[in-house]
Ligand binder design. Structure first.
Ligand code: FEO
Length: 162
C-alpha cells in the first residue's frame, strides 16, 4: 500500500463526507422543488451528482494506491430548509467545512511526505475555490432578490445551468 493506515482512514472519512454532501444537496433539491423553485432544485440535483463524483474519484484513488475502501453509514442531513436563503446559507457553510477538511488532508499528506496523495488532493483544493465562490454568489443573488423576486433568481440560475 502506497499510503499510511492513517491516511487511508482519513480518506475513507472524506469519501463518507462527500457522500453526505450528496445526500445533503439531494435533500435541499427536494425542499426547493416543493417550494416550486424548479430551476434552483435542478441546480442542487446537479450539485448532488457532482458530490457523488467527488466520492467516486477518491474511492478510485484509494483503490489505485492499494488501500482499503470502507463504506460507512451516511449521516442524516439536517438543518432548516424552509427557504431558499437558508438553503444557500447552509450550502456556503457546508462548502467552507469541506474546504477545511480538504486542507487538513493536505496538511497530513505533507506531514507524512505522502506526495502522491498531496498531488491527488490538489484537484479538490482547486475545486473548493469554485465551490465556495459559487455558494457565495448564489447566496448574494438570493439575498439581493428577496423572497418576492425569486423568479429572477430562477431565471439567472437557468442561464448558469446553460
Ligand atoms: Fe465535494 Fe462540494 O465539495
Amino acid at each position: 500500500m502506497l499510503i499510511s493506515e492513517t491516511m487511508n482512514a482519513r480518506l475513507n472519512d472524506q469519501i463518507n463526507f462527500e457522500q453526505y454532501s450528496a445526500h445533503t444537496y439531494l435533500g435541499m433539491a427536494v425542499a426547493l422543488e416543493s417550494m416550486g423553485l424548479r430551476v434552483l432544485a435542478d441546480y442542487f440535483f446537479k450539485h448532488a451528482e457532482e458530490e457523488r463524483e467527488h466520492a467516486m474519484k477518491m474511492i478510485k484513488y484509494v483503490l489505485d494506491v492499494g488501500g482499503k475502501v470502507t463504506m460507512k453509514a451516511i449521516a442524516e442531513p439536517g438543518g432548516d430548509w424552509s427557504s431558499a436563503e437558508n438553503i444557500a446559507k447552509q450550502t456556503l457553510d457546508h462548502e467552507l467545512e469541506v474546504t477545511r477538511r480538504i486542507n487538513d488532508l493536505v496538511a497530513l499528506a505533507e506531514q507524512e511526505k505522502d506526495y502522491a496523495t498531496r498531488s491527488f488532493l490538489q484537484w479538490y483544493v482547486d475545486e473548493q475555490v469554485e465551490e465556495v465562490s459559487s455558494a457565495e454568489y448564489l447566496l448574494s443573488l438570493i439575498k439581493a432578490a428577496g423572497p418576492q423576486q425569486m423568479l429572477g433568481v430562477e431565471h439567472r440560475v437557468a442561464q448558469m445551468l446553460g
